[in-house]
Design a protein around this ligand. Structure first.
Ligand code: CAA
Length: 245
């Protein structure tokens, strides 16, 4: 699929990876529909991209009605980039110096809600529109954590689920000319990674064979690659500098 003039929805486009993907797709001539839960982030993106063909939507991916309203307002969707995600990192069980703490059910469920149910809702609405039209491409942002990661019971479970949905949809939706693939980034230079405490981040970076964080454009280029290569379907592309947990 050529990117130029294609209608691409990017969730979580207010900052970080989603913002970079939205801006890069717009530079390649796509009509980008950027969405984010944050009104302020959308306003900032709008202010910085007033000359592009981007449209801006405040949308909570966990709210079915909010997602349905956004998609209903779009005439056409060729590409969905399911990027919106959160972290609530913490140890599953920690016993130290006579004190025990655990990951709360709330932290488990909030991550599952955004990172798994949110992907489900957005993909379902996009796929419905694509299936009724000329097909399209769904790209889910997974993570290297999909294989299980220290401190990320919730996030890892959600990303493993995202991968399973990706493969399922690649099988179910192909007959509607819809391809589905995922990208599993490693540790990328984003606000999310910057929030990791320095000693934990040092430990992680030392385990990456390339000894550095990835850059956002290295993931964004992979989004373009998946869109443009019509034979990619049902695969999880690992872009992690060689770190495989
Ligand atoms: N492997 C083995 N042991 C580890 C470890 C690791 N990766 N990380 C920490 N430990 C050890 C620590 O050395 C410590 O040992 P001692 O008790 O013997 O001192 C013990 O485990 C507890 O670790 P902390 O002191 O760090 O515990 P904490 O409760 O203060 O913090 C945590 C826990 C919040 C999970 C913190 O370790 C952390 O932030 N880890 C990084 C989690 C991570 O990778 N998040 C990714 C966010 S970015 C993202 O998610 C994007 C993406 O797609 C990758």
């Amino acid at each position: 699929m050529h990117i130029k003039n294609k209608h691409c929805v990017v969730t979580g486009a207010g900052r970080g990876l989603g913002k970079q993907i939205a801006i890069d797709l717009a530079k390649q001539g796509a009509v980008v529909h950027a969405c984010d839960i944050s009104d302020e982030a959308m306003q900032n993106l709008k202010d910085d991209n007033s000359n592009s063909s981007m449209t801006f939507h405040v949308c909570n991916v966990t709210d079915e009605d909010s997602v349905k309203t956004m998609f209903a307002g779009l005439a056409k969707i060729d590409v969905l980039v399911n990027n919106a995600g959160i972290t609530r990192d913490g140890l599953f069980v920690k016993v130290k110096d006579g004190t025990t703490t655990t990951m709360s059910l709330e932290d488990f469920q909030s991550v599952l809600n955004v990172n798994l149910a949110g992907v489900f809702i957005c993909a379902r609405e996009a796929a419905t529109k694509m299936a009724e039209g000329d097909g399209g491409v769904i790209i889910n942002i997974s993570s290297v954590s999909r294989a299980g990661n220290f401190g990320q019971t919730n996030y890892s479970a959600a990303k493993a689920g995202v991968d399973a949905m990706t493969v399922t949809w690649s099988k179910e939706l192909a007959k509607y000319k819809i391809r589905c693939a995922a990208i599993a980034p490693g540790y990328i230079n984003t606000e999310m990674v910057a929030a990791i405490k320095p000693e934990a981040l040092d430990r992680i970076t030392s385990q990456v064979p390339l000894k550095r964080l990835g850059e956002m454009h290295e993931i964004s280029r992979t989004v373009s690659f998946i869109i443009e290569n019509d034979f990619i379907n049902g695969k999880i592309l690992e872009i992690d500098g060689g770190l495989r947990i």
